[in-house]
Design a protein around this ligand. Structure first.
Ligand code: ATP
Ligand code: MG
Length: 415
């Protein structure tokens, strides 16, 4: 029996991959406009890095990580997200010594053991960006503006931005306690997971998809009402900076995010078009993370988007590529000439398709049609002798003679 791929691990085939390349190229172009540089981080890290940064009681660390012991008895994990690795690299290479302000982006596969469904896979891809060293809310607004700019460049009106503030180590504990009390009074209406979460991670109950939990927490206290003056002011200034850049947003006080390291501003870009997989991108501020993993007390903020979900939002659009030219040839001599022409043209940046096997003219023209070439050239003995050949411009349906030379063809195809 033929061997298949692992469940939840996908191939991205030609036809689909062009969309991915477009998404990636757009991200690079937009992020670089905002001064970000790419960082490439390993696919595997010590398990400890994720346990410590993401948090022991989160879904990712509790149930979703691909962790194993390698041949050297090291506990390692396929990365479930990128921020922890980027910050590990930032600390390990002391990038902060030159300048605490780093603007970094990454793209690549992430791994989570989840139930595969549309928009949710076990190997999936993220494009993410991080800024370190700035506490000012102007940077929160800048990161969000960049993210929305990216989606606008893709021509998408979905997803929409939702923001919240989770406070800081000064004000969050009081909120946590108030929420715990609220949840304990409604214990019988909560799902098993949320009952357990009351003690370990009560904020997650606000994010639970179970109907009973949703109803029971409808009038839960809002984190925004318990922010300390500094966090309240930071959130207000983030909002006014977003208004300054014309970045539309809605406040969602129930958005809690699934990772422990977030402080203050958190956000999601959400869509109604992907069913339960409504978050296309998400992130927030993580002022305590860098010191948590052994670095200096430097603040940070960032996001990650799911490329599969962005690709689903773009699914209507056609990204297929067209070759510039198809060269058909009749007879061995013409095929040799066509082959030389093709090589010369490719070196000049013209994309050319050709039939290597010397099939019938009918079959060659079928292939030309299928690959949707912009121009077609049919070379036979007479054309070779005359050193001239009709060049057909397929969309316009016109044909004009052209000299059979790389230079003449280049001028006509790529003027
Ligand atoms: P969800 O609520 O959908 O599980 P999440 O909160 O776990 O998302 P993050 O950890 O914030 O997601 O990751 C950022 C983005 O990565 C998500 O918004 C989503 O687009 C994408 N993503 C996360 N998990 C998966 C997955 N298993 N398959 C595909 N994309 C994913
Ligand atoms: Mg998840």
């Amino acid at each position: 029996m033929a061997i298949t791929a692992i469940k939840g691990f996908n191939d991205i085939l030609p036809g689909e991959v062009e969309k991915w390349q477009y998404i990636e190229a757009t991200a690079r172009r937009v992020f670089e406009l905002y001064g970000f540089s790419e960082i490439r981080i390993p696919i595997m890290e010590k398990t400890e890095l994720f346990a410590r940064s993401i948090g022991d009681t989160t879904d990712i660390v509790e149930k979703e990580m691909y962790s194993f012991v390698d041949k050297g008895e090291n506990r390692v994990t396929l990365r479930p997200e990128g921020t922890a690795s980027v910050m590990r690299a930032f600390v390990e290479h002391k990038l902060y010594a030159q300048d605490p302000v780093a603007r970094l982006y990454y793209m690549g596969p992430m791994f989570r053991y989840e139930r595969p469904q549309k928009g949710r896979y076990r190997q999936f891809h993220q494009i993410g960006a991080e800024v370190t060293g700035v506490t000012s809310p102007l940077v929160d607004a800048q990161v969000l503006t960049m993210l929305c700019h990216f989606f606008a460049e893709l021509g998408l009106t979905e997803p929409r931005l939702e923001i919240n503030s989770l406070g800081c180590p000064d004000c969050r504990p009081a909120y946590r306690t108030a929420l715990q009390e609220f949840l304990r009074a409604r214990l019988d209406r909560l799902c098993d997971d949320c009952r357990r979460r009351i003690e370990t991670n009560p904020l997650r109950a606000l994010d639970c998809k179970a109907t009973g939990c949703k109803e029971a927490t409808m009038d839960a206290p809002s984190v925004l009402d318990s922010l300390c003056t500094a966090c309240d002011d930071h959130f207000a200034r983030t909002r006014s900076a977003l208004e300054q850049t014309g970045t539309g947003y809605a406040i969602n006080p129930r958005m809690v995010r699934g990772l422990d390291y977030y402080t203050r501003t958190t956000f999601e870009l959400v869509t109604g078009l992907l069913g339960a997989q409504s978050a296309v991108a998400a992130g927030g501020r993580y002022d305590g993370l860098i010191s948590e993993i052994g670095g200096p007390a430097i603040p940070g903020i960032g996001f990650a988007m799911g490329v599969e979900r962005v690709a689903l939002l773009l699914s209507e659009r056609d990204f297929s590529r067209r070759p510039d030219l198809f060269v058909a040839a009749l007879g061995d001599e013409a095929r040799d000439a066509a082959f030389s022409l093709m090589s010369g043209l490719q070196r000049k940046g013209v994309s050319v398709e050709f039939d290597y096997e010397g099939k019938s003219l009918k079959s060659q023209l079928r292939r030309a049609d299928k690959c949707n070439a912009r121009f077609t050239l049919i070379i036979g003995g007479d054309e070779l002798a005359a050193k001239s050949c009709p060049l057909m411009e397929m969309d316009a349906g016109i044909q004009e003679p052209v000299a059979l030379s790389v230079e003449a063809l280049c001028l006509r195809i790529r003027p």
